[in-house]
Structure formats: C-alpha cells, structure tokens
Design a protein around this ligand. Structure first.
Ligand SMILES: N[C@@H](CCC[C@H](N)C(=O)O)C(=O)O
Length: 272
C-alpha cells in the first residue's frame, strides 16, 4: 500500500493499543490483511492489538474497520471505537458521532469529557454468536461452565475465583480455537469483586493477551448480570485500567480512559 508514506496515530484505551489510519479521503480505504499483519509486528512494524481504519460513510459520520495483529478482521472493537470517537470529537468539536461498523451503526457521546460508546444489544442466541450447535449460551458445554455472548464478535466468559491467577495464556489459546466456535472466540476470565465491580483478564482472538478489551468488558458485564452476579452497571478492572459498562434498554454503553501516544509515518514502500 505505502508507495507513498502513510501517516498513522498510535492510541490506547486502558492499555489496549491501536494503530489508527485515517482513510476518509481514500474511497474504499487502503488497508489489507497483509499490510495490517506487517504493521502489527511489534519487532518489524509498529505493533498493535488492533488496527482501526477510518473511512467515509454515506449514512454516518464515519466508518470504522478493525484488524487484529494476525491480519484477521474483527467485527467490533469497543476500545478503538472510544479512542477514534475521542480523536474525531477533539478535531471537530462534535459532542455526538454516529459510527458505521460491521456491528452496525454505533453512537458515541461526550458526557462531561468522558467518551461513551453504545456498543449495541448483546447477542445471546447460539446461531448468531456464532456457535457450532444449539446450546444454552449462558452455560456453554465446555469445562469451567463459561457463558457465550456476542458483541459483534464472539466472547467466551469464564467466571473464576481469582482472575489474577487464571491461566489466561494457556487456556485462552486453547479455547480461542475450540470447535464450539466456528469463527474462533475471544476469551475472558472474570472474578466478582463486588456486585458493581469485576476483575477481568483477556485473551483476544487474533492477538493474544491484551491489557483490556472493550467488547470483552461488555460481554463479561452481560454474562455476570444474567447469572445474577452483578447489577447492570459495573466497573471492570482490566490489567491496563478501569472500564465502565452500563447495560441500558437502548444498548450496552462503554467508557474508560483514552490516550494518544504519538503520530508517525510509515516509510514509503513499507509492507510492499
Ligand atoms: N480490543 C477489542 C476487541 C478485539 C477484537 C477481537 N480480537 C476479535 O477478533 O473479535 C475491544 O476493545 O473490543
């Protein structure tokens, strides 16, 4: 792609880190799976948990597409959506944004300097998560009794006594590719701190261990509430910071810290 130099912004939301590429002036965008994988290489490229590409939209303020570090596509990324919304609101002064994603049309709002994103309604039917066969999604037929929740991407949530000692790397890598998940899955390990507070550690599909995951926080909050463990509003302490999830009638709202790290340019010819 980069026959000419390509500018990007490095951002993170609670330590979940992103390369943001603004392609609103390129019809169709510039990103490919191979290029995303090259940029995502933490040794030979830039490194990220997800790459977010902004594109123009006919029916929204912008379109957002997400890639994982292995070059696969992600249908949703809550933390990158929050980061990009904060960036665009900072550029334009807008207090609300509509964002077209593979998940559907999302709404972002600035509430007293805090950027909230409505991640939409949770998906709880087995076919749409998607799972390989019919089952009770609140109690998946896997050891450890996890719950399955879709947030535009699949999540498998384990409730454990102490998330800090959960075998995230070993178990996460294994569950990611369990045959129950035809499109693989993100894997969450959560413990209840209080009825309004969860501790969460995450293995992300296509990326591995990350310091936080916005859609994972939403999925975990939904599963915890449906199992009677928490209320509808929870603080989720991830390894990289605290996220807040509020499950309202109009969807699952997510907020948390956002940071811009640097702006830089890929060398011309990078990834070719
Ligand atoms: N970091 C994310 C979600 C990551 C997407 C994922 N790896 C997938 O393949 O679905 C977030 O903040 O939601």
């Amino acid at each position: 792609m980069t026959s000419t130099a390509q500018t990007f912004i490095k951002m993170h939301g609670a330590g979940n880190d992103f390369v943001v590429i603004d392609s609103r002036h390129h019809a169709g965008g510039v990103m490919t799976s191979a290029l995303a994988r090259a940029i995502g290489d933490r040794h030979r490229g830039v490194g990220f948990d997800q790459l977010a590409e902004l594109r123009a939209a006919d029916d929204a303020d912008l379109t957002l597409d997400f890639w994982n570090a292995d070059g696969s596509r992600a249908g949703a990324c809550g933390n990158a959506t929050r980061c990009v919304a904060a960036m665009v609101m900072g550029q334009t002064g807008a207090q609300k944004l509509t964002i077209r994603t593979a998940r559907g049309l999302l709404l972002a709002e600035n509430r007293d300097g805090q950027i909230w994103v409505n991640m939409g309604a949770p998906v709880l039917d087995w076919h749409s998560i998607p799972l390989a066969h019919a089952c009770d999604t609140l109690h998946l037929p896997l050891p450890g009794d996890p719950a399955g929740v879709g947030m535009g991407n699949p999540h498998c949530v384990f409730f454990v006594a102490d998330a800090d000692t959960a075998p995230v790397a070993e178990h996460g890598a294994q569950v990611e590719h369990d045959p129950l998940f035809p499109e693989a899955t993100n894997v969450e390990f959560a413990s209840v701190v209080a009825p309004d507070h969860l501790r969460l550690r995450v293995w992300e599909r296509g990326t591995g261990i990350t310091l936080a995951c916005g859609s994972g926080a939403c999925a975990t909050a939904i599963a915890a509430h449906l199992r009677g463990l928490t209320g509808r509003q929870v603080t989720i302490t991830a390894d990289g910071g605290a996220l807040m999830v509020d499950w309202r009638e109009d969807g699952v709202w997510l907020t948390g810290p956002v940071a811009t790290v640097f702006t830089a340019t890929l060398a011309a010819g990078f990834g070719a």
